[in-house]
Design a binder for this molecule. Structure first.
Ligand code: ADP
Ligand code: ZN
Ligand code: ZN
Length: 759
């Protein structure tokens, strides 16, 4: 890192939007105050313009003669954004997922830094108590508990507290702070990264006892210690805590078995040893519920990273992790790249969840990368789920991961009773059977909560003309447009195209247009009539579009404000809704005969996760699953013998068909506005690839994609499959550079997806 500038001959740079490779440059004009180091961003001449890049290494010589090398225009950072270890990890990921080094590196840093902008000043805006605020008698704020809490907390932190920390401790308290400011009791300030806001910052009461008069604020930053662990939980904690270097654990615990409690104990242990901890969660699970639970329990600065953050907030959180100030990082998939100098434990919650896979650009699995990162950081990795992916179960079976089971629900909660409702030949009211409605009546009458699950938003998936048979097809996709009555529109869920809801048939002008089938909007309609006066909340992407709305609805549901919750998969995950005693799954059949070989696995995971919302506290829960295939062997097995047994059977099927995890896949996708062009291109790819491949590699296709036309582009794909990962990786390493050099026909776009999740 300290290579003196005089001996530096060549600087290797990953250049944004360049083809795959790294490029060599000469150092910037000598004499600058900063020595170029790996991990710094630079501005370089490239082609006719200038690009941002990142230095990946500094070498003594280049393969190119010096007079062919251009000079770096400017260094954009004074210190490296990524350490050598971070670089090694990201570049490994780029190689594995066949993505250019620059694309991977620039996905790993905050979005703002992809542009030639300086890093943000980490001195964060915050609040401090004024002299008047420090001496006020707390009783004066008797009737303003939010203000009292905020002032109490600030009085215990003479240097002030930054906004993020205040939010972490008190929730959204901006109104209270403004009110205090208007009385001159608190003031805005900037808090430097090292201004005594170290690990003690979020446990102010321990280090700086508040003044006597501030006692009323004691309840605000209460650190709670959690329940006593049961034997299985304790065993899991003990075994994982004993692991000193890398080791991967599967925490296989039924819903509500107390996995999060296990994480919390492990986190406390790692933090006490001075290590940092990274926790990855699926996008939708990252509600304030979880964040608050962590904040209540963990007395150390925490950085939260998720997609709803603004660029600035995200970058500051990222800096806190990178500087080592934040000891705990809680984030969604891209947080896997957060630099953490003292990383000592990685936890991936809901490891089976599809949102841990990045589906475009740099296509990576954050779960799989967590295992690799744990290896590089020589730290334990914990993968937790009630419905582990078949890949992970297989790895456990093969002895690569150690499986730790939590077989019972924690506390008093009993397992839910899951039953199938055979709806063949039954009268359905907007998709609801008599049996389901009767159960709903009973539970609502008994004062309990009911959850209905339907994984289809909108009013109806199709609008059709009763006179001529016209259907609401999308002009750009091989798909139907969904009727959304709330917005009075037809909307394509695949390309986003919207149209005003037609009043007459576009073909025959008939006014008799009828919605076919049902989405959540339509079921809501029926329920509001059938259960008039019973408070109901619909929770789907449409009803939660406004920021904070999902949190508001869930908090209200938790308080018991709603008796019926109706929703899509947003409701399936993680949320703790203790009063639910009945879960109705309106339609599970989509998963039984899906075309993708993972359809059954996904169906089983969804069913068990949704069912897991029932009876999480002291009231027992029932789950009713409507189906037209009650004798389907996989469904029967899942319900009679549980997810573990289902997974065994599903793994046996995969083994017989040599499908993942018994083989390894990469998918080449191509699309073009022109019919045939993508297929034609992939045929050419196949001709290039075959001679490079060992005989064990199989090629499937090229073939049209599942939905051939989408967003106006005609799509095709070619699947590569090999018995061993190394064979596939070897082939891709030689094939991809050739494909990049291949003159792709105009308007054909292509991409590679290693370990694809959707075929
Ligand atoms: P999971 O993450 O497996 O869904 P949680 O950790 O959220 O489970 O636990 C479910 C509920 O049970 C939570 O309310 C939690 O506080 C409670 N709980 C967890 N462990 C225990 C325990 N050992 N004793 C009593 N309650 C517990
Ligand atoms: Zn018509
Ligand atoms: Zn469309």
């Amino acid at each position: 890192m300290s290579t003196a500038q005089t001996t530096t001959a060549c600087i290797r740079v990953a250049v944004t939007s360049a083809p795959a490779d790294l490029f060599d440059y000469l150092p910037p004009v000598p004499g600058g105050p900063v020595v170029p180091c790996a991990g710094m961003r630079v501005l370089v001449p490239f082609g006719r313009g200038r690009r941002v890049g990142m230095i990946t290494s500094v070498a003594a010589t280049s393969a190119l003669p010096p007079d062919r090398l251009k000079r770096i225009d400017a260094l954009l950072d004074r210190t490296p954004l990524l350490t050598d270890g971070d670089l090694r990890f990201v570049l490994w990921a780029a190689r594995y997922y066949q993505c250019s080094p620059a694309e991977a590196l620039f996905s790993a840093i905050p979005a703002r830094l992809r542009r030639p902008e300086p890093v943000l000043d980490p001195a964060a805006p915050g609040w401090r108590a004024t002299a008047a605020g420090a001496t006020l008698a707390m009783a004066d704020l008797q009737r303003a508990p939010r203000q009292r809490d905020a002032l109490g907390l600030l009085r215990s932190q003479p240097a002030g507290l930054e906004d993020g920390m205040l939010r972490q401790r008190l929730g959204d308290c901006s109104a209270a702070l403004r009110a205090l400011a208007s009385k001159g009791l608190v003031a805005r300030c900037r808090i430097a990264a090292d201004a005594g806001n170290g690990p003690s910052a979020s446990a102010p009461n321990a280090e700086h006892p508040p003044p006597k008069s501030a006692q009323a604020s004691d309840q605000a930053p209460n650190q709670d210690t959690g329940p006593e662990l049961n034997t299985e939980q304790q065993q899991a904690v003990d075994i994982i805590a004993q692991q000193s270097g890398f080791g991967c654990f599967l925490l296989d615990g039924v819903t509500g078995s107390g996995k999060t409690e296990v994480y919390l104990r492990l986190i406390e242990g790692a933090l006490a040893q001075g290590r940092q901890v990274l926790v990855l969660v699926p996008e939708i699970g990252l509600t304030p519920q979880l964040r608050e639970r962590f904040a209540r329990r963990i007395a150390a600065p925490m950085a939260v990273l998720h997609s709803a953050l603004g660029e600035r907030e995200r970058e500051l959180a990222w800096q806190q992790a990178a500087s080592g100030r934040a000891r705990l990082v809680l984030g969604t998939r891209s947080a896997i790249f957060t630099p953490m100098p003292a990383l000592g434990l990685l936890i991936v919650d809901e490891e089976h969840d599809a949102s841990l896979k990045q589906q475009d650009g740099f296509r990576y699995s954050a779960r799989d990368l967590a295992v690799r990162r744990g290896q590089l950081a020589d730290s334990p990795v914990v993968l937790g789920s009630a419905t582990p992916s078949l890949e992970t179960l297989f790895n456990a079976r093969e002895g690569r991961y150690r499986r730790l089971a939590l077989t019972r629900r924690a506390g008093q909660a009993a397992d839910p009773d899951i039953r199938l409702v055979d709806i063949r030949g039954q009268y359905l009211e907007t998709g609801l059977s008599h049996a389901l409605l009767t159960h709903m009546d009973q539970q609502i009458e008994a004062g309990n909560q009911v959850l209905l699950f339907l994984n289809r938003r909108g009013f109806s998936p199709v609008l059709t003309c009763h006179d001529c048979g016209w259907v609401s097809e999308c002009n750009h996709c091989d798909a139907r447009m969904t009727l959304h009555r709330g917005r009075d529109q037809l909307l394509c869920h695949h390309c986003g195209l919207t149209q005003p809801r037609p009043l007459r048939c576009p073909c025959c002008e008939s006014p008799d247009l009828r919605p076919l089938g049902q989405g959540t909007e339509r079921v809501e309609d029926t329920l509001r009539k059938r259960f008039a006066g019973v408070p109901l909340a619909r929770i789907d992407r449409d009803s939660t579009r406004r920021k904070g709305e999902l949190e508001r609805l869930l908090a209200a549901a938790q308080r018991g404000d709603y008796r019926i919750l109706l929703g899509t998969q947003m409701l399936a995950k993680g949320h703790h809704l203790p009063a639910i005693t009945l879960v109705g799954i309106m339609d599970i059949d989509f998963g039984l005969y899906g075309t993708d070989f993972r359809a059954a696995e996904r169906m089983a995971q969804l069913l068990i996760q949704v069912a897991g919302r029932a009876g999480r506290a002291d009231r027992p829960g029932t789950v009713l699953v409507q189906t037209r295939h009650p004798q389907h062997p996989m469904l029967e097995r899942l319900l009679r013998q549980g997810y573990g047994s289902f997974a065994e059977a599903a793994l046996a099927e995969r083994a017989a068909a040599a499908l993942p995890p018994f083989s390894h896949q990469a998918l080449l996708r191509a699309d073009s506005p022109k019919a045939q062009a993508a297929l034609e291109f992939l045929r050419q790819v196949l001709v290039t690839a075959r001679p490079l491949a060992p005989p064990s590699v199989e090629f499937w296709g090229p073939a049209p994609a599942q939905m051939e036309r989408r967003a106006g582009r005609v799509r095709a794909q070619l699947l590569l499959q090999a018995p061993r990962r190394s064979q596939l990786q070897g082939l891709l390493a030689t094939l991809l550079p050739r494909l990049r050099a291949l003159p792709a026909p105009r308007h054909v776009r292509w991409s590679i997806d290693v370990d694809p999740k959707d075929l």
